[in-house]
Design a protein around this ligand. Structure first.
Ligand SMILES: Nc1ncnc2c1ncn2[C@@H]1O[C@H](COP(=O)(O)OP(=O)(O)OP(=O)(O)O)[C@@H](O)[C@H]1O
Ligand SMILES: O=P(O)(O)OC[C@H]1O[C@H](OP(=O)(O)OP(=O)(O)O)[C@H](O)[C@@H]1O
Ligand SMILES: O=C(O)c1cccnc1
Length: 505
């Protein structure tokens, strides 16, 4: 029995999703220090100096072995709408320093008022499997612009990548059963809920309870009813009867308000009456107690009562571990309602994505590579203008190599990559290997050049990516480390730069 209804897409065509929510441009959605640096660049006549930044994370979330890139479409909408309004500039003009004088010159604010993005942006399509240290987004352009984009890009990409990854884990545990995202009431505020619904759908959920997300993004919306409905009426039977009269085409009865198995029997009786009127009961929902045992008993009652196609929906603080355990216990649940632990990424509430300078042109126009040193060698950033090349067997990803496109406009067909954490670990790919670059052009000179995939296409991409991700990398406990290395000459450049920097200090 298909328990899905499609919402129609928004008809407010003239505004993108973020503009519909937050009418002014979101250029002000940044940390003040981006503007203080921007001001510094502008004063030093450095504002237009070309630079390259990379957005990447250093560790997969949830102790997992992979992540799913997500949030690009939201980032594109943010970038397309990027400009400072008159009232933004008025606010910035009101900010003062320690001497009570304005922080910013009027001429700088005028410059901001005229500013239009001219950057090139390359990014991994949404739904691509991504690993630590790989740039998900590369921003190339005037340093002032690149700098202003740091915080909002991190805000958008970190969260949606985190939630899409969590959703993929939950859907993997559900082994193809339907997973419905129920998180709105527990999400981190309004946009937290909308972004989470979008990312959860990309990560594999089938539908959301969030009606605004349905309207904004075209995600299918579904809903059962709450305990309050049952408690409103003198008995559970009356509650189900009245619900069935009101919504004969949407009957999923919540059966656990008083006595769960009694509730299932009552649902069967009401289901029979419903059938006589030409409608089919879609299922029941369990929201407490031992979900494995109750679902097994409920399945028997439904089957014996003539409802073998009725769904058993379960909810109650579920996550991938619980779903895995319930499956192991033989639970007869076919639809999983998952809220809090999905939309808040409960066990890891943030992805630690960062945005680092990789190179800046000098006065002669020559690229100067940059690294950020760290005591921990794994935290030292990669220098250059980076791209990620993924090597594949026909049905499996074999390894990803980060390389500097300035050093290699054309990569040789025969390449060796080096594990930056242990240079003795190397992997060789020969001319027969299939490969593709993961970062694709999104903006050129500030103009969108990307033909945006639909959410359905992104979901299909996720399915393919997960199929091609080695099983050991996907497992929850002690996953295999997917091979990600640096192309040999990038490795050598980085090693030389680290040595030089350490000798200097
Ligand atoms: N068979 C099971 N194995 C493992 N965990 C389960 C099983 N059944 C339920 N759980 C989980 O145990 C947790 C506690 O559920 P339980 O219904 O006992 O308490 P509760 O949520 O406080 O119930 P109530 O809503 O009635 O107060 C929930 O996260 C639930 O998903
Ligand atoms: O458990 P989650 O994964 O967040 O899924 C959403 C929960 O929200 C609803 O109940 P709510 O928590 O509001 O109240 P209840 O637990 O008392 O039923 C619903 O019944 C689910 O249990
Ligand atoms: O429709 C439901 O069953 C639902 C919606 C939100 C939260 N919990 C359950």
């Amino acid at each position: 029995m298909e328990w899905t209804r499609r919402g129609s897409r928004s008809t407010i065509d003239s505004m993108n999703h973020l503009e519909q929510l937050y009418r002014p441009s979101l250029a002000m959605l940044t940390d003040l220090y981006q503007l203080t640096m921007a001001y510094g660049y502008w004063k030093q006549d450095l504002a237009e100096r070309e630079s390259v930044f990379h957005l990447f994370f250093r560790k997969n979330p949830f102790e997992g072995g992979f992540s799913l890139a997500c949030g690009l479409q939201t980032a594109i909408e943010f970038l397309e709408g990027f400009h400072f309004h008159a009232d933004d500039l008025k606010y910035l003009a009101s900010l003062t320093g320690a001497d009570s004088k304005p922080l910013f010159d009027e001429a700088f604010l005028e410059y901001l008022g005229q500013l239009r993005l001219t950057c090139h942006i390359d990014a991994m399509p949404e739904g691509t499997a991504v690993y630590p240290h790989e740039p998900l987004v590369r921003v190339t352009g005037p340093i002032l612009q690149c700098q202003l984009l740091e915080t909002p890009l991190l805000n958008i990409i970190n969260f949606q990548t985190l939630i899409a990854t969590k959703a993929a884990r939950i859907c993997t545990a559900a082994e193809g059963d339907r997973v419905i995202e129920f998180g709105l009431r527990r999400a981190q505020g309004i946009d937290g809920s909308l972004s989470a619904s979008r990312a959860a759908y990309i990560g594999g959920c089938s539908a959301t309870s969030n009606v605004l997300a349905g309207k904004q993004f075209g995600i299918p919306v579904v809903g059962t009813h709450a305990h309050s409905w049952v408690m409103t009426f003198p008995s559970e039977r009356e509650a189900f009867e009245i619900y069935a009269q009101a919504m004969p085409n949407n009957c999923v009865f919540l059966v656990d308000t008083y006595d769960t198995l009694e509730g299932v029997r009552t649902a069967v009786e009401i289901g029979r009456t419903l059938r006589k009127s030409g409608h089919e009961m879609l299922g029941i929902r369990l929201d407490s107690g031992d979900l494995a045992w109750l679902s097994i008993e409920a399945r028997k009652i439904l089957d014996d009562g003539g409802f073998p196609d009725a769904s058993i929906v379960a909810s109650n603080d579920l996550d991938e571990r619980l779903i895995e355990s319930l499956k192991y216990q033989g639970a007869k649940i076919d639809t999983w309602g998952v809220g809090t632990k999905l939309v808040t990424a409960f066990d890891q509430p943030a992805l630690g994505g960062v945005y680092k300078l990789g190179a800046i042109r000098d006065e002669q126009g020559v690229w100067q590579y940059r690294i950020k040193l760290s005591e921990q060698s794994i935290k030292v950033s990669n220098p250059g203008i980076l791209q990620v090349r993924r090597f594949e067997k026909p049905s499996e990803h074999r390894g990803d190599m980060i390389y500097n496109i300035e050093m290699h406009q054309e990569l040789p067909t025969d390449v060796t990559m080096i594990d930056p954490a242990d240079s003795t670990r190397r992997k060789h790919f020969d001319a027969d290997s299939q490969s593709a670059d993961l970062l694709v052009p999104i903006f050129r000179d500030g103009a969108n050049v990307y033909s945006t995939p639909t959410l359905q296409e992104i979901r299909q991409h996720v399915t393919t990516q997960i199929q091609r991700t080695p099983k050991g990398v996907q497992r929850f406990d002690n996953p295999h480390s997917y091979p990600v290395g640096l192309e040999k000459s990038l490795y050598e450049t980085k090693a030389a730069m680290i040595l030089e920097a350490r000798n200097r200090s």
